[in-house]
Ligand binder design. Structure first.
Ligand code: NAD
Length: 335
């Protein structure tokens, strides 16, 4: 199997590359990534010197560069290249439309010309907020609320339209929030590990009672592995877990695991349009592929926090001037 993994230097992408390189040494993998602030070659360090792993720096919106990467006999593209931070999408939606919508359309066309299968990594956020006790199935309408989620939903619609119109081989996975190593520290878990371990306060939006579902990134990678092997053209699948937790409870867990005091928790103004809860029914994926998340949340969060505490140098490299300005702009000066 010859795979092109776009966004393979980001959080999910780099974990997937590590996972597949170990589970499938017979796969040939090309990582294609533009290396935004969220992507780093160091995330796949140690793998690149393997014969079966190659790296190409490139933009998914650039059809010529992409064509060069695809013309080496790729069987499947797995797209994880995206702008992914909801807060940044509120500040600058156009960047999200460019990569998450236009970039996907460019990739679809390049894949179609070469009859290459296209596996899109979407998100549970495309359905919008879920009422209490309801888990959305794949048949629910897409009602995204943030510019990020709207850009991802738009891509899903273009992908499904390509299948319907051209019979193009496409498949979509919609995972919930992932936790694990190599996540850029603007997202809640690495951000809080970084700040708490330096004795700094952490910002919790609104009342902190927003609910998210969590999945360990190795379980996500296993789901992608199954999708590669059992590709079902024209289908979408939710990839979830039963681990729902409020942001404030998650924060308290992290505070405890880092060995800090809850006095460092600061409630800040809520994110505009902040969805209260995301929840998906993932039984279709479970039944079709015999997949179940293997790691329970307690073990996953412990392991993840430990990784960030043991990889302080990795976190240190992320705290650039731009990063500092982003955090200050987002949360004000936290005291
Ligand atoms: N992280 C999660 O919990 C989560 C949950 C559900 C869905 N997703 C989806 O999974 C995918 C990966 O998310 P992530 O958290 O790993 O994101 P990330 O922000 O950590 O990484 C994104 C990667 O894409 C690359 N990239 C961005 N724009 C590009 C472009 N124009 N051309 C080529 N590469 C580009 C970046 O350099 C980076 O390496 C996204 O599509 C996201 O919507 C993530």
């Amino acid at each position: 199997m010859n795979l092109l993994i776009t966004g393979g230097c980001g959080f999910l992408g780099s974990n997937l590359v590590h996972y597949l390189a170990s589970a499938h040494p017979e796969y040939y993998i090309t990582v294609y990534d533009i290396l935004t602030y969220a992507g780093s070659r160091s995330n796949i360090r140690g793998l690149e010197n393997r014969k079966a792993i190659a790296f190409i720096e490139g933009d998914i919106c650039d059809p010529v560069r992409l064509a060069g990467a695809l013309d080496i006999g790729v069987d499947m593209v797995i797209n994880l290249a995206a702008e992914t931070h909801v807060d940044r999408s509120i500040m600058s939606p156009v960047d999200f439309v460019r990569t998450n919508v236009y970039g996907v359309q460019v990739m679809l066309e390049q894949c179609r010309e070469r009859s290459i299968a296209f596996l899109q990594i979407s998100t549970d956020e495309v359905y919008g907020p879920a009422p209490e006790d309801i888990r959305f199935s794949e048949h629910e309408p897409l009602l995204p609320t943030s510019p990020y989620a709207a850009s991802k939903a738009s891509a899903d619609l273009l992908i499904l339209a390509a299948h319907r119109t051209y019979r193009q081989d496409v498949m979509i996975l919609r995972p919930v929030n992932n936790l694990g190593p190599y996540q850029y520290p603007e997202k809640i878990i690495p951000l809080f590990c970084d700040r708490l371990s330096r004795g700094l306060p952490v910002p919790v939006y609104g009342d902190g009672c927003q609910i998210r579902t969590w999945l360990h990134v190795d379980d996500f990678s296993r789901a992608v592995e199954l999708a590669i092997e059992g590709f079902v053209s024209g289908e979408c699948f939710n990839v979830g877990s039963k681990w729902e937790i409020t942001n404030i409870d998650l924060t308290k867990r992290i505070v405890k695991l880092v060995g800090q005091s809850e006095k460092l928790i600061r409630f800040v103004d809520d994110r505009p349009g902040h969805d209260r809860r995301y929840a998906v029914d993932f039984s279709r994926f479970m039944n079709r592929f015999g997949w179940l998340p293997g790691r329970d949340f307690d073990r996953a969060i412990e392991k993840t926090v430990k990784w960030y505490l043991e990889n302080r140098k990795w976190l240190d490299t992320k705290r650039t001037k731009d990063y500092g300005e982003f955090i200050d702009r987002q949360y004000g000066k936290l005291k």
